[in-house]
Design a protein around this ligand. Structure first.
Ligand SMILES: [Mg+2]
Length: 218
């Protein structure tokens, strides 16, 4: 039986660029000024695209940024904040009333991630919200936070679901802990071959919980 569901935020409950791409323009400008030919313009554009789904530190590693580049973008990114209301994806309402404890675990700069949680007005839906803040020391990472959720709530991995979009982040972390992982297929997000299961909409979760319930009664 599933007793808890851990959700990702960006490109799971809301598009990372819902409020417009000017949100990260100062960050990208600063990184571009520090590029000095390290990456081609094309590679730089791909890296910026990746910043809408992944944290700056992981993009910097993957795309071979020089040390100067993320450092230059860091201060701008740490200041970025959503100041207008957000709606989230049209199916976001489907998580309301799910018969399980809901947790939100999101990686990124604390100020920005907290501003999105406020903008979405979803705090009351969750038992607890964890920001895996990349701009703070002693970062636990998603796997560390998931393990803490299991421990603090006395949950076995098989009693929890992880729902997210990112193969290398929450899906990988959930898999490593033995938690079933559901990849939500959002536009423009590559299929995660490592996910336990793929869903097209959050509305499918009610049926999935029922399936797990039936399975545990066999
Ligand atoms: Mg995500």
């Amino acid at each position: 039986m599933i007793k808890a569901i851990i959700f990702d935020l960006d490109n799971c409950l809301a598009a990372a660029d819902e409020t417009g791409r000017q949100l990260l323009a100062p960050t990208f400008d600063a990184i571009r000024r520090a590029n000095h030919g390290t990456l081609t313009e094309e590679a730089l554009e791909r890296a910026f695209e990746a910043c809408w789904g992944h944290s700056l530190d992981s993009v910097a590693r993957k795309y071979g940024f020089s040390d100067e580049m993320p450092a230059a973008g860091w201060a701008e990114n740490a200041r970025a904040e959503v100041k207008v209301p957000m709606r989230g994806y049209p199916d976001i309402g489907a998580i309301r009333g799910l018969p399980a404890k809901l947790f939100l675990v999101t990686s990124g700069f604390r100020r920005l991630q907290e501003s999105k949680v406020r903008a979405l007005a979803v705090k009351s839906l969750f038992e607890r919200i964890y920001i895996d803040a990349i701009d703070e020391p002693d970062r636990k990472g998603k796997q560390g936070i998931f393990a803490e959720i299991l421990r603090a709530n006395g949950l076995d991995p098989g009693e929890v679901l992880v729902v997210g979009d990112d193969a290398d982040s929450e899906i990988a972390a959930g898999n490593r802990l033995g938690i079933p992982t559901m990849q939500i297929r959002r536009a423009g997000i590559p299929r995660a071959a490592n996910a336990t299961r793929h869903i097209e909409s959050l509305t499918e979760l009610t049926g999935i919980l029922r399936e797990y319930q039936a399975g545990s009664e066999d």
